[in-house]
Design a protein. Structure first.
Length: 336
């Protein structure tokens, strides 16, 4: 038998204390992973609705992205910058990638993908200054807007549901339980998390902690950036609702729920049906201020429709069984 390829992530006690869940899907990781589903036409039953709708929308500039994202194996790290703030912030970070970083990643791409030839224009990414990498950043933004944008709220809802499920696991069994249930390919034996995958690598966190990034389009073992010196992010597949692509909005029922408890509280309650959220996240979805959202959440909690608990420096809110029953009799989801 040959050597089994495995990623081994080494934790210290400090790293365990610094594990955290990402609060939103990562647009650039979803871009990269969806490109693989798109090219392989391997969406299957689960992602079939997305594939059928998305194929006609794929911009011509996407060819620049697919040249740097092979069907399997290493894709250049600079396509998935480790910055928060959503798509615009990530595209700006991509646009500002230093030339030496681009050159290092292209060399690593050539080393790990020996049978694939980089296109001639890839030299412009290094030698063309801001304009060269800027064209790639524009292609990324255009692809996410055209291909992922129409599905983004449903993608976010699925990621939030998965994060909510893992939060329950965390509350019941701590990080040991979370790490042990990430994926069937994962084995957790403190201080090492072992993942069966296509690479053989030891990653020492050395006190940096680990961000667990749930991904809608990741369908196999968790993955991470190729360069171990970059911020440690483990991109993990989620458990999808098989009916995720079916619209659930009924405007008439939405108006009935809003009339019953008020439009802002209806929006907040429906947002919580997608998973656990902080006061700030709920305020943004409802288009209101954090103090106003907090006041309405208090009223929902007093009516036993919402539960709240402290986690580190934040208050996490979730919908109760009574709240879910109200939603099922009213509107399952009202867009914020």
């Amino acid at each position: 038998m040959g050597r089994v390829e495995m990623l081994r992530i080494h934790f210290t006690g400090e790293d365990l204390a610094r594990i955290r869940f990402a609060t939103e899907p990562d647009p650039m990781w979803e871009m990269l992973l969806s490109l693989r589903r798109l090219r392989g036409r391997d969406a299957g039953v689960l992602l079939g609705p997305w594939l059928r709708e998305s194929l006609p929308r794929v911009p011509a500039a996407t060819a620049m992205l697919t040249a740097l994202v092979p069907p399997v194996g290493y894709a250049v790290d600079f396509l998935t910058p480790a910055v928060g703030g959503g798509l615009d912030a990530q595209v700006d970070a991509l646009r500002s990638t230093p030339s030496h970083r681009v050159l290092e990643d292209l060399r690593e791409f050539a080393r790990q993908n020996a049978t694939r030839r980089l296109p001639p224009w890839s030299r412009d990414l290094v030698e063309g200054g801001p304009a060269g990498i800027g064209r790639l950043a524009d292609a990324a933004h255009e692809y996410v807007d055209a291909v992922l944008g129409p599905f983004w709220e449903r993608i976010r809802a699925q990621v939030n549901r998965d994060r909510s499920r893992r939060s329950v696991v965390l509350a019941g069994g701590g990080w040991d339980a979370v790490l042990s249930t990430l994926h069937p390919s994962v084995r957790w034996e403190y201080p090492v998390l072992r993942i069966d995958c296509r690479i053989d690598l030891d990653l020492h966190l050395a006190g940096r902690g680990l961000l667990l990034q749930p991904s809608f389009f990741r369908r196999c073992a968790p993955t991470l950036l190729g360069d171990p010196t970059l911020p440690p992010i483990l991109v993990c597949p989620i458990e999808h609702d098989v009916n995720w692509a079916t619209p659930e909005v009924n405007p008439a029922e939405g108006r009935a729920l809003a009339a019953l408890i008020g439009p802002t509280r209806a929006t907040l309650l429906c947002a919580l049906a997608d998973g656990v959220a902080t006061t700030g996240q709920l305020a943004r979805r409802a288009g209101t201020t954090a103090p106003n959202a907090s006041r309405h959440i208090t009223a929902l909690r007093e009516a036993a429709l919402v539960a709240s608990q402290r986690h580190r420096n934040a208050t996490l809110h979730s919908v109760t069984e009574l709240g879910l029953a109200l939603l099922e009799g009213g509107n399952p989801r009202i867009p914020a």
